[in-house]
Design a protein around this ligand. Structure first.
Ligand code: PLP
Length: 491
């Protein structure tokens, strides 16, 4: 018998080629037009459901060509484009086009990067990518790690490695509750919400988090950190992890990593750095000093899908001594035969939470080569320059108050001309006005900003991790804010 099996899900190479070319044509058109589109069509879920339809699970199949054409229409014409040059909300990078091609290639061969025997070249490429990322941010090549889905997972992975390293040895067998001293973790008030998920999910509990206040520049107050640790040790607690932030999610502030590292060393605490957003800026020689101390981190989270412009999803955990990852995640069930033979295999299922793993390294590996360190330095530095320009334009305008600028995040707010902010009521009015203004701007679809609350002030916040944003976009965004702000404050 040599008859080929006919499966309804298979597509002949000829048909695949035809559909693929068609899709690539449409994607290329979309990429070519993205700067001329609205950031978002701003449709409501009800409108979208109408477009999508609410039919039941199909009983029978449909021709893939028509399905792809419809899917392209739905996704291209009814989405928010975070690659649009005027998208500055939250922290989502514009996606490098080569990443789209890389994902196609990765999905086509479909290596399972959980075990090297299942993904011979993909594993080597991931190893090289991890090594290059360590080099990129300027830490020693002892660091090893693993690619994960994003910043949350990268932080969880580092957190868990730290917990294994610093928790009493019996914890692995007996669980957290067996520890005779309550374990504590320390982080600044500005820390991203992943820390709460981690404290709760990994058994320490929310009360195990010691929230250290931040100073006026949103940096952790390290003297309070040290004092808190001292008191906790005296009171019989067990401090296990301190989280430093390299680019806080609201304002982009970078903690004093050197000072935190030194405290961690004195008390034998795991030093984790959340660099999900900001750490790629360490590639700039002029900013090196800002990240001083990063090379003392036991673990580092970074997020290629933010400031390295990778398409979603790509995060990375780097650990100074990668044995802490295997100590945390490795297991050897009888049904795995991944280490036979003489070759030294790197089985990534032993380095993180995932078992079967996709080939997300490919896109990051390709991007790093397409532009090199130099290309990244240029793009990151331009994002920072544009962000500063946004701050300066706001600062120079009497109807705008520039609030903060760090890395590529600027916060500002609208203040009506001649407005006297001289009472609590008026301060509240300004907060409400700017909140409504943000909602209007988001609905309008011309620009997408998000918000921050800085020292009680509700601000508009723009974060530029976008290789398409230009000076003209910044100037236009300022005008759009003014135009909308004026409309709203008249009412
Ligand atoms: C974005 C971000 C995270 C979360 O990353 P995801 O990729 O959204 O999971 C964590 N920490 C910081 C500082 C961030 O900027």
């Amino acid at each position: 018998m040599n008859k080929k099996r006919i499966s309804p899900i298979d597509i002949s190479p000829g048909d695949f080629r035809k559909m693929g070319y068609q899709l690539v044509d449409q994607v290329a058109d979309f990429m070519g037009r993205i700067t001329e589109l609205q950031v978002t069509p701003g449709e409501t879920p009800e409108q979208l459901q109408k477009v999508l339809g609410t039919g039941p699970l199909p009983e029978n199949g449909s021709p893939p060509e028509a399905l792809l054409i419809r899917a392209t229409d739905l996704v291209v014409n009814h989405s928010l484009y975070n690659g649009h040059p005027k998208f500055m909300g939250y922290i989502t990078g514009a996606a490098a086009p080569i990443g789209a091609l890389a994902d196609l290639l990765a999905a086509s061969v479909n290596p399972n990067v959980g075990a090297q025997v299942l993904s011979p070249m993909a594993t080597e490429i991931e190893k090289q990518t991890v090594k290059w990322l360590a080099e990129f941010i300027g830490v020693s090549n002892n660091y090893g790690g693993v690619l994960v889905s994003g910043g949350n997972m990268a932080n969880f992975t580092g957190f868990l490695a730290g917990r294994t390293a610093k928790a009493p040895k019996e914890t692995k067998a007996e669980g957290i509750s067996a520890a005779s001293h309550k374990m504590l973790v320390y982080c600044s008030k500005t820390t991203h919400t992943w820390i709460e998920k981690a404290a709760f999910l990994f058994g320490l509990g929310l009360n195990a988090i010691r929230w250290i206040p931040a100073d006026a520049h949103n940096k952790m107050d390290t003297s309070v950190l040290e004092k808190t640790i001292q008191d906790d040790v005296q009171n019989g607690f067990l401090p296990i992890i301190v989280v430093g932030t390299a680019g806080d999610v609201s304002t982009g502030a970078v903690d004093d990593l050197r000072a935190i590292a030194s405290i961690c060393k004195d008390y034998g605490i795991w030093f984790h750095v959340d660099g999900a957003y900001g750490i790629p800026a360490a590639v700039l020689p002029e900013l090196k000093e800002m990240f001083d101390g990063i090379d003392a981190a036991d673990s580092i989270a970074l997020d290629p899908h933010k400031w390295l412009y990778s398409p979603l999803e790509a995060g990375c955990t780097l650990v100074k001594d990668p044995n802490h990852l295997t100590a945390t995640f490795s297991s050897h069930p009888v049904y795995y035969n991944f280490d036979s033979g003489e070759a030294v295999m790197q089985n990534y299922y032993e380095y993180g939470l995932q078992n079967s793993r996709g080939f997300r390294a490919l896109k990051v590996w390709l991007m790093l080569q397409q532009v090199g360190r130099k290309g990244y330095a240029e793009m990151i530095s331009e994002d920072i320059r544009l962000s500063k320009l946004m701050y300066d334009l706001a600062d120079a305008h009497e109807e705008l108050e520039a609030i903060s600028h760090n890395l590529s995040i600027t916060t500002l707010r609208y203040i009506p001309a001649g407005f006297m902010n001289d009472s609590e009521e008026k301060a509240t009015y300004l907060n409400t006005l700017n909140e409504s203004l943000l909602n209007e701007l988001q609905k309008g679809g011309e620009v997408f900003l998000s918000n921050a609350v800085v020292m009680g002030k509700y601000c508009l916040r723009g974060c530029i991790v976008n290789f398409r944003t230009s000076e003209k976009d910044i100037e236009e965004i300022i005008e759009i804010i003014l135009k909308e702000g004026r409309k709203m404050s008249i009412q």
